[in-house]
Design a protein around this ligand. Structure first.
Ligand SMILES: [Zn+2]
Length: 432
């Protein structure tokens, strides 16, 4: 057995207490073997965590990681206009190599900000999977299916690709990659394709992930056409099972909240994207009260504009209070839970908690920073004051992905260079 010790840190436990302890990891199984005092001397390798907080690796529950290439390309527009005028035309220009370059840039950013697992919806998924395999993170990947505006044959092909990708890549990268069937949303995929392909996805044993109730404009057409709320429509078509998870859930009514709680479908809250696109305020406090599993996601870099889960946690707490008109709503403990085991449970990862037998997915946060002083309450610091640049080490599946702020699995300078070139060329083609 090869072992790694995270030495002399303060460890955030699943009950959100913090204890001074070492964490001993079995690198062969990728699991946490022991948490306690004086474990470092027997380890093969050690990461120093003195004056640092050892937290579960953050889980980004909803992302489009290759969209980093479009960061800052188009801002300050509502969702529909932004997608139609800027994002979709630019995405139409992305080649497989561009998506690889964008994914690697995104993964570099995720590792540097302490993220160890994420769910991603995009196209050219084999490129994203290859980047994940190299970078060493854990991921649930899927091909984002869109059928509106396409002829029958092309639309069907897109749905078939979504199913094929879900089947082929589930369990890839020694099990670090899992998949989901990912219709883009309930309004961008025709009902006949859901009827045909959802049962096949169930047979393949993969969950289903989609954008739901993101804007008011997306809710109205379903209510008008089908006479039911979007999540009732989803349930009727077999898209709402305990293993499934939806992104956003901004405009959900009480019936839908109860439905989510009853079934056990998770919701990934994306507060930065919702604020930036003025999509609305998700009723996070109400969702949690009702017993819905709530996770956190950054969404794509073009609507955020970074992939930092620490920023997202702070946004979630602030927006949750405004939405509930109550300063005690969505407290620090809630957002720390959401960014770790909330997302992990919703997406279907076993990570998100530091305990014996759990996956060794963790991040080490440098507390020797002016903005993290004094250390009255480290859960509060994680929710309100810590930043991506405070992350010292990132470990996933027992492997060190970043040591002393240096990413070991990707060559940072080369990744950045390739992304720069790809991004410039894409924008040139899109604007031509
Ligand atoms: Zn999204």
């Amino acid at each position: 057995m090869t072992t790694l010790a995270i030495a002399d840190g303060r460890v955030l436990r699943p009950d959100l207490t913090v204890t001074a302890a070492d964490v001993l990891i079995d690198q062969d199984s990728g699991e946490i073997r022991e948490i306690g005092p004086d474990l470092a001397s027997e380890a093969d390798d050690t990461l120093d965590a003195a004056n640092s907080l050892v937290t579960p690796g953050f889980v980004n529950g909803h992302c489009h990681v290759a969209m980093t290439l479009l960061r800052g390309y188009a801002d300050d527009k509502p969702l529909e206009t932004w997608l139609r005028e800027d994002i979709w035309p630019a995405e139409g220009e992305l080649t497989a190599a561009d998506i690889r370059a964008g994914a690697e840039l995104g993964l570099l950013e995720l590792i540097k900000s302490g993220v160890t697992a994420f769910a991603d919806m995009y196209f050219q998924v084999p490129e994203v999977a290859a980047a994940v395999e190299t970078a060493g993170l854990r991921a649930r990947l899927g091909h984002g299916i869109v059928t509106i505006g396409k002829d029958g044959e092309t639309a069907r092909e897109d749905a078939a690709t979504g199913l094929e990708i879900a089947r082929e890549y589930d369990g890839a990268a020694d099990g670090r990659i899992s998949t989901a069937f990912m219709p883009h949303s309930l309004t961008t995929v025709g009902s006949e394709y859901l009827t045909e392909f959802v049962p096949k996805a169930r047979e393949a044993g993969v969950p289903i992930h989609y954008h739901a109730n993101e804007t008011a404009d997306e809710v109205a057409p379903i209510v008008d056409e089908h006479g039911v709320r979007p999540l009732e429509y989803a349930a009727d078509r077999g898209l709402l099972e305990p293993e499934d998870f939806v992104a956003h859930g901004v405009h959900v009514d009480e019936t839908e909240i109860e439905l989510l709680a009853e079934v056990g479908t998770g919701v990934i809250h994306c507060p930065a994207s919702n604020m930036k696109l003025a999509s609305g305020m998700a009723p996070v406090e109400r969702l949690r009260e009702a017993g819905v599993t709530v996770g956190l996601g950054t969404d794509g870099a073009a609507s955020n504009n970074d992939l930092s889960m620490l920023d997202e946690a702070r946004d979630a707490a602030m927006l949750g209070k405004l939405a509930a008109d109550d300063a005690s709503a969505v407290p620090a403990e809630a957002v720390v839970e959401m960014m770790t085991r909330g997302s992990a449970d919703a997406v279907g990862f076993e990570s998100g908690r530091l305990e014996v037998g759990a996956p060794a997915d963790l991040a080490v946060i440098d507390l020797e920073q002016p903005h993290l002083t004094p250390p009255h309450d480290l859960v509060s610091h994680l929710a309100y004051a810590a930043a991506a640049a405070d992350v010292r080490h990132t470990v996933c599946d027992g492997r060190v992905l970043m040591r002393d702020r240096e990413v070991l699995t990707l060559e940072a300078a080369a990744v950045r260079e390739r992304a720069l070139e790809a991004a410039e060329a894409v924008v040139e083609r899109a604007d031509a």
